[in-house]
Design a binder for this molecule. Structure first.
Ligand SMILES: C[S@@+](CC[C@H](N)C(=O)[O-])C[C@H]1O[C@@H](n2cnc3c(N)ncnc32)[C@H](O)[C@@H]1O
Length: 252
């Protein structure tokens, strides 16, 4: 049976089967970034809140460190990493629209480059900490991505990879947002978390931890503010996202 399609956002007017409310328009990732850039981290989003709540406490001390935000979008993580004391950093994304939003943020100007996460225009062995959030599902070749993250990091570096959880997809959630009165769904690959981890391990990364959290009490307010409080209890059943932390090993 095809699962009911639900927005990842607690938006009461997002597509609901049988209600006559519009179905999302499916777009490829590049088009999705263009349309999503103006509101990506402005509109309340419980998944971004959950990810920050889980990932931020796991960051290592950043003083003196070089940080890389791969597929940085509007620079959400690069801004945080710089604010937390990183010595230097770069944010990279394919989307000029996302990068333009990032450029308008304090501390980020001059640290942003356009490029492909699977062919990083970055020297080898540069980064101490890498964050790549809510992106791996958009990539065709996870092996090339993992190999690039291995190449650009120093031995011992921490690599954090987060994304929408595949089981949330199976429960009918989709990567959706609103743009110009339309609900847009961004197409993506749905892969088991274990397979993503194995791909990184095969490249020489050790898995330090893999978190698969569900929405929790701190995210309830997003649903209440959107007038969807009644959807919260079912939305919190099952993992919503995953956050993997890898340590880059010394390849022999
Ligand atoms: C959902 S957004 C996440 C943005 C940011 N990491 C965050 O979580 O706030 C996904 C981002 O991945 C970028 N992206 C998709 N494929 C990419 C690729 N091959 N190389 C670089 N960026 C890519 C998109 O342009 C978009 O900005």
């Amino acid at each position: 049976m095809t699962p009911a399609t639900k927005s990842i956002l607690p938006d009461p007017v997002a597509s609901q089967p049988g209600t006559g409310i519009q179905a999302p328009r499916l777009v490829p990732p590049a088009k999705g970034s263009t349309l999503w850039a103006p509101t990506y981290d402005q509109a309340p989003n419980p998944l971004l809140a959950l990810e920050e709540r889980e990932l931020e406490p796991r960051l290592p001390a950043l003083a003196g460190k070089f940080v890389l935000d791969v597929a940085c979008g509007t620079g959400r993580w690069l801004g945080k990493l710089m604010q937390k004391g990183a010595q230097a950093g770069v944010g990279l994304d394919l989307s000029l629209e996302m990068l333009a939003r990032a450029r308008s943020k304090p501390r980020l100007s001059g640290k942003l480059i356009q490029g492909d996460a699977c062919a990083l225009p970055v020297p080898s062995g540069l980064a101490d900490v890498v964050v790549s959030s809510f992106t791996v599902g958009y990539l065709e070749d996870v092996g090339a991505f993992a190999a690039e993250l291995f190449r650009v990091t120093r031995p011992g570096a921490r690599v954090f990879v987060s994304d929408f959880h595949p089981s949330a997809y199976c429960r009918g959630w989709r990567r959706t947002f609103r743009s110009g009165g339309e609900v847009i769904e961004v197409s993506s690959h749905v892969r088991p978390v274990g397979r993503i981890c194995e791909t990184f391990i095969a490249q020489g990364c050790a898995l330090e931890r893999c978190l698969e959290p569900s929405l929790g009490e701190p995210e309830r307010c997003f649903f209440e503010q959107a007038g969807s409080a009644h959807r919260f209890e079912s939305a919190r059943e099952g993992p919503a996202i995953f956050v993997c932390e890898f340590r880059r090993t010394q390849r022999s």
